[in-house]
Ligand binder design. Structure first.
Ligand SMILES: Cc1cc2nc3c(=O)[nH]c(=O)nc-3n(C[C@H](O)[C@H](O)[C@H](O)COP(=O)(O)OP(=O)(O)OC[C@H]3O[C@@H](n4cnc5c(N)ncnc54)[C@H](O)[C@@H]3O)c2cc1C
Length: 167
């Protein structure tokens, strides 16, 4: 029998991840959302996957545009992660206040991100209340090589320095 979703969330939260802001292009402009259900999938071809809630606005936008960029956040970008995760704020507005450059696909690359991957959607698979989007990576770069990553662990933002200090 399946376990309670809240218990699942509490337990899976022990799997520490980095944090990205996924961006894409839409008929009405650029758009973004915070995502950590992101995995490197294949080297040949170069593939990543991201799982997006079917009820999120971003889901429809990625399905239509067939492109997305993953902006890997630095520890200095916690505010951006919060901004792009808030259901009560419009990410269009957030992008209006955030500095970015368009990648080749048109998806925004956020100023100050550690690194980014610019992707084309090559497959979609159902995954419960999410869809698994597989993206082929057309362009990728490390931008802020000296910066530390933003970490998400047990429902909170952490830095690698704090984790090392605690161990
Ligand atoms: C660290 C972190 C990592 C995250 N990782 C992911 C991730 O990998 N994948 C992911 O999908 N989300 C993830 N989220 C959540 C995501 O960032 C937020 O849900 C964000 O608001 C989505 O933006 P949006 O504009 O696309 O969706 P919005 O349109 O703002 O919708 C936000 C959420 O509200 C709910 N909702 C919207 N419309 C309805 C409706 N009609 N009925 C019922 N519920 C509804 C859904 O749960 C939806 O996901 C993460 C959040 C954080 C803080």
């Amino acid at each position: 029998m399946a376990i309670d979703p809240l218990r699942f969330r509490k337990v899976i939260g022990n799997f520490a991840t980095g944090v990205t802001v996924l961006t894409t292009v839409t008929p009405v402009g650029v758009y973004g959302m915070t995502a950590n259900a992101v995995t490197s999938l294949s080297l040949e071809p170069t593939l990543v996957l991201v799982c997006i809630d079917r009820q999120a606005t971003t889901h429809d936008y990625v399905q239509r545009s067939k492109v997305f960029a993953l902006n890997i956040l630095s520890e200095a970008q916690q505010d951006l992660s919060r901004l792009f995760a808030r259901p009560d704020s419009t990410p269009e507005r957030a992008l209006a206040t955030v500095e970015y450059e368009p990648a080749a696909s048109g998806s925004p690359i956020l100023r100050g991100a550690l690194a980014y991957l610019d992707c084309r959607v090559v497959a979609e698979y159902p995954g419960g209340d999410h869809t698994i989007f597989v993206g082929e990576v057309d362009e990728a770069a490390v931008v802020e090589g000296e910066a530390a990553p933003l970490i998400f662990f047990r429902g909170q933002y952490r830095s690698l320095r704090v984790l090392s200090a605690e161990s």
